[in-house]
Design a protein around this ligand. Structure first.
Ligand code: PLP
Length: 373
């Protein structure tokens, strides 16, 4: 067996930042889709990507996302490989013939995307809070943006810092050329796509497993991309035109995304309902953090910018954090270590991690803090 006995121990909840927890129902469906060696049937691990069986997986997945977001007609959804990192390069390279894109850099993932973009073209940094180590989202007004930029790039939820912004912030910029990395908060609240040209996300947090990336694009934005001289796999325009099947699609990863998207619809019904639960989960954790400042210190001080998905906090010192994370692990609550560049404790609460589970962690944190005082 590939997993150690230790890893096979029963867990109550998985707080991994990504790849992250899957809904229990989806795990059951995955298991049912894989045949025993003795009892053969043509499984999803073995079908071609140009078959009706795959079409029946892919198109309803697309439709689920379209309906959950109520996407405007002129938007398309493309499933790609290469993770969000591939999109970091694809978008700037496809828009080299347009005026410099403008970047709002508010955390590690904005830094990475800007660095990749700069490898292929000049960009403008409207704001970059790296030097201060991203304490809060930059305060920006419409006057700081250009209307003629190829696009305005930002990250809705900085997974490492635990910093998240919402619609009123990006709408206040007055831009209609937004391109957002939504890797860690996809499908966790409704979005009005009218000011967007594109949003994208890797699947391994809120839409399945690693291996597939979703690009939600306005058709005119992609059709206007320039791909002369580019190998075809680097052209978002080509991949979007081929409707997610330019080359061999990651069939199994797409299958899992389909199951997760079905689950979101049947379990929550709407993204407004997902948002409600997401806010309640975050509140459960931050309430404890704020009640015991001697024990826990939230990394993001501005409450309006605290992520509903990744709550990041520190404790007295690294040793205390390590001990606390180990105590949680013994209780079956795993994956709480902060990102290696940030340290601290990170509670990642994607859709598959439910409010009831988070309440157990919150109450454990409360007991722990009470014993300290
Ligand atoms: C906000 C954000 N963007 C991009 C990425 C990178 O995704 P990938 O590893 O799929 O390229 C991550 C991964 O953690 C992320 O959280």
């Amino acid at each position: 067996m590939l997993l150690s006995e230790n890893q096979k121990k029963a867990v109550k909840s998985i707080y991994n930042a990504g790849p992250a927890a899957l809904p229990a129902e989806v795990l059951r469906q995955i298991k049912a889709a894989i045949p025993d060696a003795e009892e053969r049937f043509e499984s999803v691990l073995e079908i071609g990507h140009r078959t009706p069986a795959f079409e029946d997986i892919l198109r309803p997945l697309e439709q689920n996302i379209r309906e959950l977001y109520a996407l405007p007609e002129d938007f398309s959804i493309t499933f790609l490989q290469g993770g969000s990192h591939t999109i970091f390069g694809m978008v700037p390279i496809g828009t080299r013939h347009l005026k410099d894109p403008q970047f709002v850099i508010s955390g590690r993932w904005g830094v990475r995307a800007a660095a990749d973009a700069e490898r292929v073209r000049p960009i403008e940094r409207v704001a970059d809070t790296s030097e201060k180590r991203f304490p809060e989202y930059p305060d920006l007004g419409a006057g700081q943006f250009r209307k003629d930029a190829a696009y305005t790039y930002f990250v809705t939820n900085e997974t490492v810092q635990g910093l998240q912004i919402h619609e009123p912030t990006w709408k206040s910029w007055g831009q209609t050329n937004l391109v957002a990395d939504m890797s860690s908060d996809l499908l966790s609240y409704p979005v009005d796509f009218s000011p967007f040209q594109m949003a994208f996300a890797c699947a391994q947090k809120n839409l399945g497993i690693a291996g597939v990336t979703v690009a939600i694009t306005r058709d005119s934005f992609v059709e206007n991309m320039e791909d002369k001289g580019l190998p075809e796999m680097f052209s978002l325009k080509k991949l979007a035109a081929a409707k997610s099947c330019y080359n061999t699609a990651p069939v199994f990863a797409v299958f899992v995304s389909r199951l997760v998207s079905d689950w979101v619809r049947s379990e929550f019904g709407s993204l407004a309902a997902v948002k409600k639960e997401s806010e309640a989960k975050a509140k459960a954790i931050y309430d404890v953090v704020d009640s015991f400042p001697e024990t826990f210190q939230a990394c993001v001080k501005n409450k309006a910018q605290r992520s509903n998905i990744n709550a990041v906090f520190r404790m007295r010192d690294q040793q205390t954090e390590k001990e606390f994370i180990e105590l949680c692990r013994k209780q079956g609550m795993i994956g709480l270590r902060g990102h290696r560049s940030m340290g601290g404790v990170r509670v990642s609460m994607y859709n598959a991690t439910r409010l009831a589970q988070v309440k157990v962690l919150a109450s454990f944190m409360r007991d722990y803090a009470e014993k300290q005082s």
